[in-house]
Ligand binder design. Structure first.
Ligand SMILES: NC(=O)c1ccc[n+]([C@@H]2O[C@H](COP(=O)([O-])OP(=O)(O)OC[C@H]3O[C@@H](n4cnc5c(N)ncnc54)[C@H](OP(=O)(O)O)[C@@H]3O)[C@@H](O)[C@H]2O)c1
Length: 285
């Protein structure tokens, strides 16, 4: 099987190297914005022919468009215009937020279209390749090519998660909450510790270590079981003290109260009386 890569940046290079190393397929043409970066990408991948123009690429069984999201539709359209795609070729993009509908130009000439979103942050391709094993990849595609793409993901060491086109935005919102908002949570906790006089250097590893232990609990248990702390214990006095301590920080306080209410409602099994008491504490201004 021959696989082309259009846009071999952080993700494209990593995928290219993983595919080449696996022996599952051969990397064919590699195209970037410049010949220089295409050459460097091929060097990193260890395979592939760097192309100076999109019109220079050869057709392949599978084409990955791993450019920035806002270029995917345009590249797909150009590939069709340049006659680089044949019916039954598989065209894949890796955006987490877009569905395979963005590849409609290829679908119109009877190509098979897919989105394949590796659920990992790719920053340094060397590190990403080393750490890829076990990474979940969310695949949304026509049923006929799901086995092919699953086999590819498995061959490079990934794990398959099948998702649907219709619910892709909901899926992606969940991934953003899990990844991006974890960073926001970290930042808010950091602000609290720094406000106590603890230095940034001291505070960072403390929060990271606490978050790691919570994540470990969550890996082994359902959220309600993994929960610890004052809400789990029904400790209203401690919650009141937190509210008092945060009283000078309006945004942080309103966030604390909102998260507290969600925690009580979704993750505790307290009696209705205790739940109402805790909720009342978290409701007043
Ligand atoms: N990075 C992640 O953590 C991650 C994770 C999951 C999914 N994704 C998805 O993966 C895709 C790529 O993201 P990325 O982070 O790898 O981006 P990136 O590092 O910016 O790489 C984009 C690549 O596309 C090339 N490019 C830009 N415009 C082009 C064009 N018009 N024609 C040909 N090549 C073009 C760039 O080439 P030059 O270097 O020559 O400009 C660069 O090599 C996106 O769809 C993104 O949503 C990324």
């Amino acid at each position: 099987m021959l696989i082309n890569i259009i846009g071999a940046g952080k993700l494209g290079k990593s995928l290219g190297r993983l595919i080449a190393q696996s022996g599952f397929a051969q990397i064919g043409s590699v195209f970037n914005t410049t010949q220089l970066t295409a050459n460097k990408s091929c060097e990193f991948i260890g395979q592939g022919i760097a192309c100076a123009k999109l019109s220079d690429i050869n057709s392949a069984d599978v084409t990955f468009i791993t450019t920035p999201d806002d270029k995917i539709a345009e590249i797909c359209f150009q590939l069709v215009q340049l006659n680089k795609l044949q019916p039954k070729n598989i065209i894949v993009h890796c955006s987490g937020s877009l569905s395979s509908d963005i590849l409609s130009a290829a679908k119109a000439i009877n190509c098979m279209t897919a989105s394949l979103h590796p659920i990992r942050s790719f920053v340094d391709p060397n590190l990403s390749v080393q750490q890829f094993h076990g990474t979940f990849c969310a695949i949304e595609c026509e049923p006929a090519i799901f086995p092919n793409l699953s086999a590819l993901v498995t061959a490079i060491g990934g794990q398959v998660l099948q998702i649907s086109k219709e619910t892709k935005s909901l899926y992606h919102a969940g991934m953003v909450i899990a990844s991006n908002y974890l960073v926001t949570l970290f930042d808010l906790a950091l602000k609290c510790l720094i406000a106590t006089g603890i230095s940034l250097e001291q505070a960072k590893p403390v929060i990271a270590s606490l978050m790691e232990s919570s994540l470990q609990n969550l890996t082994e248990n359902l959220p309600a079981k993994a929960l610890t702390g004052p809400i789990k214990r029904g400790d209203n006095i401690t919650i009141e003290k937190h509210i008092e301590a945060l009283s000078g920080e309006a945004e942080l306080l309103s966030f604390y109260k909102m998260m507290g209410r969600l925690t009580i409602e979704n993750l505790t099994t307290h009696s209705p009386e205790l739940k109402n008491k805790l909720l009342a504490t978290l409701q007043h201004l």
